[in-house]
Design a protein around this ligand. Sequence first.
Ligand SMILES: [Cu+2]
Length: 170
Amino acid sequence: MAGESDESDHVAEHTSSGVNLLPTFLGVAVALLVCATVLIIGLAGRSTGGLKMPAGYNVVQVQEFTYGFRLPSTTLPAGNNLFVDHNTASIPHEFVIFKTNDPGDQLPLAPDQTVKEDSTALEDVVDSGTDIPPGDTRLMAADLAPGHYVLVCNLPGHYQGGMHVDITVK
Ligand SMILES: [Cu+2]
């Protein structure tokens, strides 16, 4: 009696494991689909190269080239801005934003014709600090008050070459 019962259990188990291959396959397929969906949503929502940006920041994508800047808009919202600056050029550049009343093409100059960064007419609010090598991306954040700003690259000759953009924050 007991032996017979064991055998029928064994047969039932064996049969059921064969039948269960389909649900298992479906389970794996559903799991893969969920993973793919999460990945797609993640990629679609990304701001920059898959990096997760802090909430509450206006993300500004900037591209530098020789000699200029590309940005989606020269008007930015007051408050926290996060600049994601990519140097697309084959030479180093830098990224400096001054708050100033002076127009971007009329900033005070030092004797070497670079922008006179210590001028009282200029307030340095964002500064890459060091050169940004070709191909590199630099993240810089600033809490900007409403007003007029100028974004420049102040490597020798670059400001004069045209690397300045007037920005309005409001
Ligand atoms: Cu430059």
